[in-house]
Design a protein around this ligand. Structure first.
Ligand code: AKB
Length: 313
């Protein structure tokens, strides 16, 4: 039986991916972990406190729970990372190397590690960004993700570790809050709309970014992880596309449902980060290799979030 360890399970992606893995494989097949012990209350599966920089504890958890797969989600994101660059580098890189080393030494069956559109930079083609192109990230988060991609490919080619990865666009969800990203405005805007507040957007109204609704991100992740190994031909990280929109367009899609909703624009340091990232993504290889297709467009995502998000007023 597979036994899955998830790091950073209390985060935006971890909360929903842990739930999805427990639904698919059973609570007994999943061990959620996070540095924050309060995350435990979100899960019905086993929970362990884990600082991903502590390799010995990670090794101990792998041994005591008989772990066969790791989903390593713990990371510091783009905007938060700029406030503490060296710690961000240490956390994002050392933790990945801890996971890859343990996967090699303990012959784990599979590893999942998320990369990001933050690996791209100002000299990357901005529209329909190809899988292989110039990558000159400007944030420490993006630099760590690009270096991480190279390490994943290295551990696969040199040691045979079955590590798989997706370059997520901005992830939009309503169950758990994102923390410290440049794309977070696209989550916060729904909260403001339902609270009846004007939304002050930290990006300008015409800033296009690639985005994805969480159910599509979960589908992409599980499909990638369940595909036969011979179908996974990209061992750095796959481009996956779903949505592309500007703050003005997401605002308009919400205003169709919430006519009184208002927005103002007050770009801050995150504008520069967003300007260095692609507008849209070419995901031909993910579609061809393991059958990726998204289900949600902007309108269906907006309807779903407004129906399900509960805010405290
Ligand atoms: C961020 O904005 O930092 C993340 C990402 C695109 O990886 N959401």
């Amino acid at each position: 039986m597979e036994k899955i360890l998830i790091t950073g399970a209390g985060g935006q992606l971890g909360t929903e991916l842990t739930e999805a893995l427990a639904e698919r494989f059973g609570n007994e097949a999943v061990v959620a972990s996070d540095i924050n012990e309060k995350a435990a209350s979100r899960f019905n599966c086993t929970f362990e406190v884990l600082d991903v920089l502590d390799k010995d504890r990670m090794a101990h958890l792998i041994d005591t729970h008989g772990i066969t797969q790791i989903y390593h989600l713990a990371a510091i994101l783009s905007a938060a990372g700029e406030k503490n660059p060296l710690f961000t580098w240490d956390l994002n890189m050392k933790s990945l190397l801890n996971v890859l080393e343990l996967a090699k030494d303990k012959a784990l069956n599979k590893v999942y590690w998320p990369s990001s559109i933050a690996v791209f930079g100002p000299n990357t083609p901005m529209k329909n960004t190809p899988q292989h192109c110039v990558m000159d990230p400007t944030t420490v988060y993006g630099i760590s993700k690009l270096a991480g991609e190279r390490w994943c490919e290295y551990y696969n080619k040199v040691y045979g570790v079955d590590v798989r990865s997706i370059r997520y666009p901005g992830l939009i969800s309503y169950k758990a809050a994102p923390g410290g990203g440049t794309t977070d405005y696209a989550v916060e805007i729904y909260h403001a709309a339902l609270k009846g507040e004007e939304f002050s957007c930290f990006l300008s109204k015409d800033t296009y970014l690639p985005m994805m609704y969480m159910p599509d991100a979960i589908k992409a992740t599980l499909d990638l992880m369940e595909a036969p190994a011979e179908k996974i031909k990209v061992r750095s990280s796959y481009n996956v596309g779903a949505l592309t929109f500007s703050p003005e367009e997401i605002f308009e899609s919400i205003q169709k449902e919430v006519p009184d909703f208002r927005i103002s624009y007050d770009p801050d340091f995150r504008q520069k980060i967003a300007d260095s990232w692609p507008d849209s993504i070419d995901d031909t290889e993910a579609r061809l290799h393991w059958g990726w297709t998204p289900d949600f467009d902007l309108e269906s995502m907006t309807k779903d979030i407004l129906e399900n998000l509960v805010v405290e007023k």
